[in-house]
Design a binder for this molecule. Sequence first.
Ligand code: F6P
Length: 340
Amino acid sequence: MRIGLLTGGGDCPGLNGVIRAAVLEGVRVHGDEFIGYLDGWRGPLERASQPLSVGDVEDILPLGGTILGTSRTNAGRPERIEAIKANLAADRIDALIPIGGEDTLGAAARLAEAGVRCVGVPKTIDNDLSGTDVTFGFTTAVEIATEAVDRARTTSRSHHRGLVVEVMGRHAGWIALHTALAASAAAALIPEVPFSLPDVAAKVRALVAARRDAVVVVAEGAVPRADAIDPEAGRPVDEFGHVQVGGIAHHLAERIAALAGVETRAVVIGHVQRGGTPCAYDRVLTTRLGAAAVEALHRGQTGVMVALQGPDIKTIPLAQAVGTLKTVPPELLAAHAALL
Ligand code: F6P
């Protein structure tokens, strides 16, 4: 089989692990040939690609980012689906493995409907894709963010200050909640549950008075209840209509300082939590997912995504995975309220 691979959307630690495992499995077990399309859907749209051999991939498991590059090119438009189909035929591609999140896999679902054999691999540090217990990159991001909060906490204590640490999570607060729990932070503010600014400020004031530190973890997409913080105003929008988010920590720190009367600073971890080497858990998960995607293609499957379900890697329809986001149930945050 001649298989095309591509990585789309925001990058994520572990993308290279999927690429490596797919190529090793395909070449060694089935005698497949691999083409890597460059920069997400731009690759098959413009026929920008490179051959992928075992030698190209065998050492890339610990490498952050993606050796194929990525972009937020939207392939889902009908004319683009047709163009990609024609280009894949011209490149003699039998099947495609797109590795990406909701947007990349949404386009993969449309391509599969149009007759292209596709098996997707779910990716996002935000962990908000349905149908899989966890997405790779999430565990690494939480490790990085936890270390950042641990470090923020010692300086918060030295100076008797509040600190607001912003992590990624546009629609879902998985990173914020897990980081806050792992680092025993003062609060986790997540997009799913609008927060009360006066309550957060009161908590910071009380904690700084009682134990001299207070670190609040906020997801970039969190929104205050009945308040007018709008960090998205005037921001650029990508091809999928997503507004660039990020920066709420600065607004929040100013408001907390004013309301609590406690000096409060902001830290935005930003892309640091998406860069660098994947943790061991993500290396193993990506290795299993990459190999499973190739096996699914050889079983004749298409229009599906490989997914971690309990101890197993299963396949589920792409449409099911991209239909609804997996957000943090508000009860989960409430259940941990006493621990934050
Ligand atoms: O990949 C998802 C994500 O990490 C979101 O949490 C975040 O809003 C977005 O990517 C940032 O993307 P970019 O790298 O394009 O700024």
